[in-house]
Design a protein around this ligand. Structure first.
Ligand code: MF3
Ligand code: CO
Ligand code: CO
Length: 274
C-alpha cells in the first residue's frame, strides 16, 4: 500500500518502542531537575549558580546537558529573567531579586534521545500582573496540550493557546515555536503557539514534540541581544514560558516531562487561585 502521509509529513519523527522508553526516562530526569532546582530559586542566587546546580544534578543522574555547546551556547540550561523571552545565558553577575520571575529551561540527552521542559518560577513576592502572566501562560500550555489528538492538525494547538492569551489580553511570541524532539534536539516539525491557517500537518500517533508558549504582558515582538542568544521583549515588559515534551497517544498528548508519579513543577502554578 502506498504510504498514507505526504513527504512533508513523513519528516515527523516517530520513534520505536526502545526510543520511546528512552524518551520517558529522559523526560523524567528533566522534570526531576526542575523539581530539584525549585528550592534554590530565591533572591540572592545568581543564574550561574542555578546553571552549576542543574548541570551537576543532570550529570550525577546519567544525563548530558543538551544546551552546552549546542550551536555555541555556553551554558547547560537557559535562564530567562523578567523581560527575557527565552535563551537567557546563565551569568555570575545576574542575581535574582525579590519580585523577579525566571524561566528555567532544561534539555538533557540520555538513552540517545532528548527531554526538554521549562517552567517560570516566582521569586519571592511578585506583583499582580506578573502573577497573572505566569499563571495564564501555564494554563495556555495545558490548553495547548488538551488540543492534541491523534490525526489532528498542528494548528489546533496554536489556536487554543492564542485564544486563551487573547481572553487574558496577553501577547503570543511568534519568533520562537515548539518543535519535534527525540534523537534530535530540534527536528523539522514546527509547533507555532499562534493560529496558522495553513498549518494542517497532522500529528500521528507516537510523534514526540514540545509545546512551549511564551506570552507577554505587553507587545510580543522580540529582539536579540548582541550575544546572539538572549531574546527580549522590545518594549521591555515581562514575559513567561512553560514547556513540556509530549507524545501523541490514543487519547491525546501524554506529557513525558513529568516525574514517575506524573507530577511536574508547573502544576502548582497552574492550579493557584487568584
Ligand atoms: N530548550 C530550548 C527549547 O525549548 C532550546 C535552547 S537552545 C540553547 O527549544 F542552545 F539555548 F540551549
Ligand atoms: Co523546546
Ligand atoms: Co526548552
Amino acid at each position: 500500500m502506498e504510504h498514507p502521509l505526504t513527504p512533508e509529513e513523513r519528516q515527523i519523527p516517530i520513534h520505536g518502542p526502545t526510543e520511546f522508553e528512552g524518551m520517558r526516562k529522559a523526560g523524567q530526569l528533566a522534570a526531576r531537575t526542575l523539581d530539584f532546582i525549585t528550592p534554590h530559586v530565591q533572591p540572592g542566587v545568581t543564574t550561574d549558580d542555578l546553571d552549576k546546580l542543574c548541570a551537576e544534578f543532570i550529570a550525577d543522574h546519567g544525563g548530558i546537558s543538551a544546551p552546552l555547546g549546542y550551536k555555541g551556547f555556553p551554558k547547560s540550561i537557559c535562564t530567562s529573567v523578567n523581560h527575557v523571552v527565552c535563551h537567557g545565558i546563565p551569568d555570575p553577575g545576574k542575581r535574582l531579586q525579590d519580585g523577579d520571575i525566571i524561566n528555567i529551561d532544561v534539555t538533557l540527552y540520555m538513552h540517545g534521545v532528548h527531554g526538554d521542559t521549562s517552567t517560570t518560577f516566582l521569586v519571592g513576592d511578585v506583583d499582580e500582573p506578573s502573577f497573572r502572566l505566569v499563571k495564564e501562560t501555564a494554563r495556555s500550555l495545558d490548553l495547548g496540550i488538551a488540543a492534541v489528538r491523534p490525526g489532528g492538525a498542528v494548528n489546533e494547538i496554536g489556536k487554543a493557546i492564542e485564544t486563551h492569551a487573547r481572553q487574558h489580553r496577553l501577547g503570543v511570541v511568534r519568533e520562537f515555536i515548539g518543535h519535534g524532539v527525540g534523537t534530535e534536539f530540534h527536528s523539522n516539525l514546527q509547533i507555532p503557539h499562534y493560529y496558522e491557517r495553513r498549518l494542517t500537518t497532522r500529528l500521528e500517533l507516537g510523534t514526540t514534540f514540545t509545546i512551549e508558549p511564551m506570552l507577554t504582558l505587553g507587545a510580543p515582538e522580540a529582539a536579540l541581544w548582541d550575544d546572539d542568544w538572549t531574546a527580549v521583549t522590545i518594549d521591555g515588559t515581562r514575559t513567561a514560558q512553560f514547556e513540556h515534551t509530549l507524545v501523541v497517544g490514543d487519547s491525546g498528548a501524554e506529557r513525558l516531562t513529568v516525574t514517575p508519579a506524573g507530577e511536574c513543577a508547573h502544576d502548582l502554578i497552574a492550579s493557584m487561585a487568584g
